[in-house]
Write a protein that binds this ligand. Structure first.
Ligand code: SF4
Ligand code: SF4
Length: 318
């Protein structure tokens, strides 16, 4: 795989500073039952990196400290494959946190995960699920043969538990990212298309659609380099930069923790090994109330967050 950081370090991206922490995003490991082309963490079935029990305890200790985050955002790989996933979720909920599970949907059909949907509903976890298109051929091309069918079955199962249904309070957010090196279309318009198509064809309901810009790093960035399209994609991101998105980029209020417990401004920086504050810091040594005002480690990939309508783990910024 081609390294992307050397192409991103020379940047004119504006300096940014952190604000008060709201979301702790924790990567529970790189193991995944899928290996999607656009995956920015290179997750897959053969990856063995997993957050261990001691590090999970350090995450919980951080969350218990006054002034820590109000949302715990669990990601991977497939976070549910980490043996501590359910304990961490339940303890964070008991602390009163909003918990997000970044779920690839197909995990619901994996052996040992038969009761996962019921667990998530009982804990009132928000499910944020990738569905890069509402058309079968596009999803299967990007995420693998048969993924669309499995994803629909998972969405129907979640709907049956109340997810995505009005009044249930169980949030089901779908995530869209473009198939190639283009910016996502306007979020509201695409959400309306998804809503109509999924309801009419499959009877599926969801709470909201989040559009994400593909980041020019890891597997996607490497593919662009191989195809000789990296510079064109960066030029597209540069040209579409909007200063007003700088106010809302997620790194201002989010902290990303890797599977070993080390901290970054966001998970893209985690993948590029650009540590929080320029030095490797473990969550056990972090004070949440000391983060505000700290400089954020920016590089040229940051234009992926500010191009067009903007992009973050919570979808468009504009
Ligand atoms: S499902 Fe998500 S984590 Fe797994 S390979 Fe695909 S993009 Fe990566
Ligand atoms: S890539 Fe990360 S550090 Fe850069 S603007 Fe986006 S969220 Fe912030």
């Amino acid at each position: 795989m081609h390294a992307t950081l050397p192409r991103l370090q020379d940047t004119r991206f504006p300096a940014l500073r952190r604000r008060r922490l709201e979301t702790l995003q924790v990567n529970l490991g790189y193991r995944c039952n899928q290996s999607c082309l656009h995956c920015h963490v290179n997750a897959g079935p053969n990856r063995t990196e997993q957050m261990d029990g001691d590090t999970v305890e350090a995450v919980l200790a951080f969350l218990r400290r006054a002034g820590a985050a109000t949302t715990l955002d669990l990601t991977g790989g497939a976070p549910e494959l980490n043996p501590h996933f359910r304990r961490l979720t339940a303890e964070a909920r008991a602390l009163g946190l909003h918990v997000i599970d970044r779920c690839n949907l197909t995990i619901l059909e994996e052996p040992g995960q038969e009761d996962l949907a019921e667990f998530l509903a009982a804990q009132r976890v928000e499910v944020v699920a990738s569905l890069p298109c509402y058309l079968e051929e596009n999803v299967d091309r990007q995420r693998g043969e048969g993924v669309f069918g499995k994803s629909l079955r998972a969405l129907q199962k979640l709907n049956a538990l109340g997810y995505g249904r009005e009044g249930s309070g169980l949030m089901l957010s779908l995530v869209y990212n473009p198939q190639g090196p283009v910016l996502p279309p306007p979020q509201a318009q695409l959400e309306a298309d998804y809503r109509r198509h999924l309801a009419e064809r499959y009877g599926i309901a969801f709470t909201r659609l989040l559009t994400l810009t593909n980041m020019p790093i890891q597997r996607f960035g490497s593919m662009l380099i191989s195809q000789g399209r990296f510079n064109d994609y960066m030029a597209l991101l540069h040209a579409a930069h909007r200063d007003e998105n700088l106010e809302h980029v997620m790194c201002r209020s989010l902290l990303s923790i890797d599977w070993q417990g080390y901290a970054y401004d966001c998970d893209f920086n985690q993948m590029l090994e650009l540590p929080l504050g320029g030095r490797r810091t473990h969550i056990s040594a972090l004070a949440a109330d000391g983060l505000a005002g700290q400089a954020i480690a920016v590089a040229d990939h940051c234009y992926g967050c500010t191009a067009g309508q903007g992009s973050s783990c919570g979808g468009a910024l504009a």
